[in-house]
Structures are given as C-alpha cells and as structure tokens.
Design a protein around this ligand. Structure first.
Ligand SMILES: N[C@@H](CCC[C@H](N)C(=O)O)C(=O)O
Length: 314
C-alpha cells in the first residue's frame, strides 16, 4: 500500500520540509526511512526524536538514513577494504541516539533501496551494506532477506566462560535479581531466561531494566523462554520480549534474536542445533549459526521486511 502523508511539522522539523520518507518494518520493529543519495541530510538527534514520535511525528522505533558510504567517514573506512559496500545504513534509535547495528533495520533498509529503485537485487542475489558494526551481506530469499550478521561474542568473556552467566538483571514486575549473559552482535545485548510464558507475558517492560555490570555503552535486554521441548525437527525454539536501548519495548529485535539464540544455545551445550526460530510479539525470525571460521561463528538472521507507506514532510 502506498499513501501520501502530510505532517504539520513543528519548528524542529522546519529544515526538513518537503523531505520524502517511507515507513517500513521487519516483524513489527518499525522505522522511518529516508534516502539521502547526495549525503546532505544529516538529521539531528532532536529531529530523529520528533520524526519517530508516535503522536507528534510519523512514529517509529528508529530512523534509517540510506546514504552512499563515500559521504561518511565510517563509510569511507569500510570502502577501503570492501569497495562493494556502496550504501551505508545510518541507523538511529527513536530517542536520537546512534546504534551500531539493527538486524530488522538492515532488511528494511535493503527492501527500501529496492522499492525506491536505488538498487536492484534478483532473488538469491546479495548486497553488501555498510553499518557502524562493519559490512553486512544481505541476500534476497523467498519472502524476505537473510543477513550475515558477522560473529557473535561475549561482552565479558572470562566470566561467561567460567560461569555461563556474567551479569545480574532486575526489572519492574520481575521477582528478585536474575542471572544473565551479555552478548555482542556488534551492538550490546543482555539475555536472561524466565521460568515460563506466563512470567514473560506479565512483564510490563515500561522501565529500563537494571543490569550489573552494565556493558560500557548500555545494553538491550532480552527476556527469553526456551520452548518445551527446546528442539523440534532439528530446530531450536525460543520466545522473546525485548527492552531496547534508546527505544523501550519493541515488537521485535533482530540483533536481540541472534543474541537470545546464542545464549540459549550456549546454555544448552554442544548438542544444541545450529538452526533457531525466535518468536517475538511481531512475528518470527530465523537464526542460523555457521561453522566457526577464523573470526568466530557467523550468525545468519532471516525474516521479512515491508514498506507500508510513503509520504512527504509538510
Ligand atoms: N531493533 C534493532 C536494534 C536497534 C538498535 C538497538 N536499540 C541498540 O541501541 O543497540 C534490531 O532489529 O537489531
């Protein structure tokens, strides 16, 4: 569906008058997307926050600017070793803060490039996309996109390897402090397992959970419940809700789903499968762990991406 939306932009948006945008999502994780082919639309933190506001703006969990890598210092650095990374995903959380990576966002980003005729991609073909967490290869698959998210890692490797948990989380509505594991997917995540789906659905997630020790740049927090049985037809299954850094609760988090699967798989031990299905309030995403290479175990995230509307700022 394509429709035109006219906004009465407050003063803060005055400089963006006439800017074309799209609204898209991946499993309910929603974004305002803008194309900046000339590298001239450096949206301020305040403008991001207003555009993403669900009452005074367009509304979204984040804003994504599609800009040629050559216009950003971070992008130029990537082009030196990866000249195919023509486009850069400039991702911002809905409070205006910068995040290194967004798994649902990078699928929506590629879908937006195709929908805007800024790139072409046959099914089975791939694009290399610059992000603040390095270049990600995005492959078009039936019904969506599969992203090589790069290797996962522990944020506190010594503690994680010694005790299988490395931090403590408390959250409103959750009884007591719970052990957790902090994992990087380029951006930070802290994963804790709950007793069951009742406990998961009862969480209000209206306040930022407390994590100790807090990773240096804050963290996204994933509350997960492994399915029973955990593995069905060779696929591991987990339900997840997330409180995102710089956003609040979202319907889905792609990097969070990868971190959740990595934690549950680590806790389950060496017999755990490589393929996982992560159910989130906004749908289901797939997570697959590739055999370990020189830089660790790469994680493939797969799922849909949709553009629901296009418009122009008034
Ligand atoms: N929803 C995203 C993650 C977005 C960034 C996150 N809030 C952070 O600050 O790290 C995803 O799909 O990965």
């Amino acid at each position: 569906m394509t429709e035109t939306v006219a906004m009465h932009a407050p003063t803060v948006l005055a400089g963006l008058r006439g800017l074309e945008f799209a609204k898209g999502h991946g499993t309910g994780n929603d974004f305002v997307l803008i194309a900046d082919a000339e590298g001239v639309r450096d949206v301020t933190d305040e403008q991001v926050a207003v555009l993403c506001d669900r009452h005074q703006g367009i509304g979204g969990d984040g804003l994504i600017r599609a800009v040629p890598s050559r216009f950003l210092p971070e992008g130029q650095a990537l082009l030196e070793t990866d000249p195919d990374a023509e486009w850069f995903m400039d991702y911002r959380n809905n409070d205006g803060s910068i995040a290194e990576m967004c798994g649902n966002g990078v699928r929506a980003f590629v879908h937006f490039l195709l929908d805007s005729s800024l790139a072409e991609l046959p099914e089975g073909g791939s694009l290399r996309i610059g992000t603040r967490a390095g270049v990600k290869e995005v492959t078009r698959i039936p019904g969506g996109y599969a992203v090589d998210m790069g290797p996962w890692g522990f944020i506190h490797p010594e503690e994680a390897e010694e005790r299988a948990v490395d931090s403590i989380v408390s959250a409103r509505g959750l009884e007591g402090e719970r052990p957790a594991l902090s994992i990087t997917m380029g951006n930070p995540h802290t994963v804790l397992a709950l007793a069951g789906l009742d406990e998961l659905s009862a969480l209000p997630l209206t306040e930022i959970p407390t994590v100790h020790p807090l990773p240096p740049h804050g963290t996204n927090v994933e509350f997960v419940v492994p399915a029973e049985p955990l593995v069905h037809d060779g696929v591991g299954r987990v339900s997840m809700r997330v409180h995102e850094r710089g956003v609040g609760e979202t319907q889905s988090c792609g990097t969070g789903a990868c971190a959740a699967a990595a934690a549950i798989r680590y806790w389950a031990g060496p017999a755990a499968p490589a393929q996982w299905q992560v159910s989130v309030p906004g749908g289901v995403v797939g997570v697959t762990f590739l055999p370990a290479g020189a830089d660790g175990e790469h994680v493939i995230l797969s799922g849909p991406a949709t553009i629901v509307a296009r418009g122009r700022l008034g």
